[in-house]
Ligand binder design. Structure first.
Ligand code: AMP
Ligand code: MG
Length: 309
């Protein structure tokens, strides 16, 4: 039996499986099955008010979920969710659920996302991952997979199978090793307000890239619409201190250095070295720097010191 067959069987049976994606490793379960969703929250120790992202194979599968997908989102999907598109990238879109009346008027739905996934919100977050393992497993399952990062809640996100093993071994039945994640940062999360695109969590799909399609607003610093952005997050055991100051040179380095994707792996390495404090220079909060800034200040529990000479 191949590892994919094993994963699919476990997922059909309502179990959780750690699967690589291009962003970070995900802890996946059948998004239609409330008991399976409960296993995600239990394994991670995830706060019950932090909703999960639903992963689908393509836009067509997203259309089958009983959600209101505005035209603007369809255009974003064609660009950011489509393999081979020059803009293809990690983008999560938050959609309103259709009303019961709208659902009755447009049957048959292939499935409804239960409240357990969206923690009672009237919206559901959806994305198309860009990783052959994750896509193959979704296609073979035929149902969408809810998948937050495959770590203990609050610790740095897992960008290698070893990170998942360190956090969750003994708690989950299967980890698929896909090597290092390409992106190493979670997806950009957006929602729509008329023709406005609101960024709830910055990521590798930047405000600049989205602004080709409409007006963009960044709702950061504990987004009211995105419960998960309020918490201390991504934190190693060591105390993290975010340093703001003359970011010249350093900020430029973080933004342009391809190793920027190793932020979470580095935080875990410092823990292994026994570090008690980690000082991190904050990058300029622009472009991909905004996504890094967002993760670093959460790892630092929003403690920022100003370095002035
Ligand atoms: P994680 O899967 O741990 O990377 O986090 C998922 C992110 O998506 C968190 O920041 C959540 O707050 C956000 N999210 C998930 N579902 C929704 C939703 N329905 N509305 C707004 N934000 C959401
Ligand atoms: Mg996470």
């Amino acid at each position: 039996m191949s590892v994919y067959d094993k994963a699919v069987k476990l997922l059909i049976d309502g179990c959780v499986v750690a699967i690589p994606t291009e962003t970070v490793y995900g802890l996946a379960a059948n998004a239609f099955n409330p008991a399976a969703i409960e296993r995600i929250f239990a394994a991670k120790g995830r706060p019950r008010d932090n909703p999960l992202i639903v992963h689908v194979a393509d836009l067509e599968m997203a259309r089958g979920l009983g959600l209101e997908i505005p035209e603007l989102a369809e255009r974003l999907a064609e660009n950011f969710w489509t393999a081979g598109s020059p803009l293809q990238g990690p983008l999560t879109m938050v959609f309103k659920r259709k009303t019961a009346r709208a659902l009755r008027a447009a049957p048959p739905q292939r499935g409804i996302i239960p409240d357990e996934v969206s923690c009672g919100l009237d919206t559901v977050a959806v994305r198309v991952p860009n990783h052959p393992a994750m896509l193959e497993i979704i296609r073979q399952c035929g149902f969408p997979l809810a998948a937050p990062s495959a770590n203990v809640s609050g610790s740095p996100s897992p960008t290698k199978a070893e990170h998942v093993y360190a956090d969750l071994s003994g708690k989950i039945p299967l980890i698929i090793d896909g090597g290092d994640c390409d992106c190493g940062l979670e997806s950009t999360v957006v929602m729509f307000d008329e023709n406005k695109i609101k960024i709830l969590r910055p990521g590798a799909v930047t405000a600049e890239m989205l602004s080709e399609f409409g007006e963009v607003e960044v709702e950061d610093g504990g987004s009211i619409h995105s419960p998960g952005t309020r918490y201390k997050h991504y934190a190693p055991r060591a105390e993290v201190i975010a340093v703001e100051g003359d970011a010249e040179g350093f900020g430029e380095f973080v933004i342009t250095n391809p190793e920027a994707k190793t932020l979470f792996a580095k935080l875990r390495e410092f823990d292994e070295l026994g570090a008690e404090q980690i000082f991190i220079q904050l990058p300029e909060p622009a472009g991909i720097g905004l996504a890094l800034y967002n993760r670093i200040i959460r790892a630092a529990e929003f403690k920022i010191v100003k370095a002035e000479v």
